[in-house]
Design a protein around this ligand. Structure first.
Ligand SMILES: [Zn+2]
Length: 282
């Protein structure tokens, strides 16, 4: 059974595009291993597990897919480096929830790193085409422009094959800044990981859930604002964005949905600050 959340009248299916292993030191940035390994023990190669959670949101008559994992175009070498486990992958996970790719009306990319948008496109008969044949794709214009001009630092993760073919197929809707996608789904700038990185707010009937994307990979990074991943391009901005989101989420009891961790839960205020309380998923 695919885990689901209800947010008012909105159904959120918690899908998975698999998982991979990544360096724990990079994930915790300037935090020494002696501190972070108390939270999470890495394997013998210093790696920790990153899930590839994607959401299918049924809201206001639309089926909206949020992020698409690495997809099926990953080279054997990269697959090995990442120790990528994607069988079952996103399409299998969609099927388990009762949907096929043609059921998706809209794909939202929180940002264009390869682990978030690789599944946007797929290869058919030697051509790279949209993987969701009926869908429009929504993304930040600023993120797209940066992704189309990768530099030495971003080249390994900004792969044109994941987004250029969408523009060639004229299926992209670019937005700049916060955007109400439907009355219940809002794409919101949450800069730091990249300048135009977004989170997604799902709100209906007085309830709110926030899909965090790469605002934080682990709950402890919300509890301790200085714990920012080394791959964030604007780490000081990440801290300010986290301060804002954490303060609102703790005050209003929003449900927080992580992407690279399996966690779903809420922040509660304590004398020391905030503490994340996970919610059991069925
Ligand atoms: Zn990521």
């Amino acid at each position: 059974m695919t885990p689901r959340l209800r947010v008012g009248s909105v159904t959120v299916h918690l899908l998975s595009a698999g998982w991979y292993l990544t360096d724990g030191g990079v994930t915790f940035g300037i935090v020494p291993r002696a501190l972070w390994e108390r939270e999470e023990r890495p394997d013998e190669s210093n790696r920790i597990r990153f899930g590839l959670r994607c959401l299918l949101v049924e809201a206001n008559g639309l089926r909206i897919l949020i992020d698409t994992g690495y997809g099926d175009k990953v080279s054997p070498r990269t697959r090995q480096t990442l120790d990528l486990h994607d069988t079952p992958g996103l399409v299998d996970s969609l099927a388990a929830a009762g949907f096929e790719p043609a059921d998706v009306d809209l794909v939202i990319d929180t940002h264009l790193h390869a682990d978030h948008c690789g599944g946007n496109t797929t290869e058919r008969g030697g051509r790279i085409v949209p993987a969701f044949p009926r869908a429009r794709y929504l993304m930040q214009r600023g993120e797209y422009e940066v992704a189309c001009r990768p530099n030495e630092r971003t080249r390994a993760t900004y792969l044109a094959e994941n987004y250029r073919p969408l523009e060639d197929a004229a299926v992209v809707d670019f937005v700049t800044g916060d955007a109400d996608v439907t009355p219940a789904v809002r794409l919101e700038l949450a800069p730091g990981h990249t300048a135009d990185h977004c989170i997604v707010r799902i709100h209906d009937g007085g309830e709110t859930a926030i899909f965090l994307a790469d605002l934080a990979q682990r709950p402890v990074q919300l509890e301790r604002l200085a714990w920012v991943a080394a791959y964030d391009v604007l780490p000081l901005v990440s801290i300010e964005t986290k301060r804002r989101v954490v303060s609102e989420a703790a005050a209003q009891g929003h449900l927080l949905v992580f992407q690279h961790s399996d966690a779903v839960g809420r922040l509660v205020r304590t004398e020391q600050g905030v503490r994340f309380e996970p919610l059991p998923l069925d």
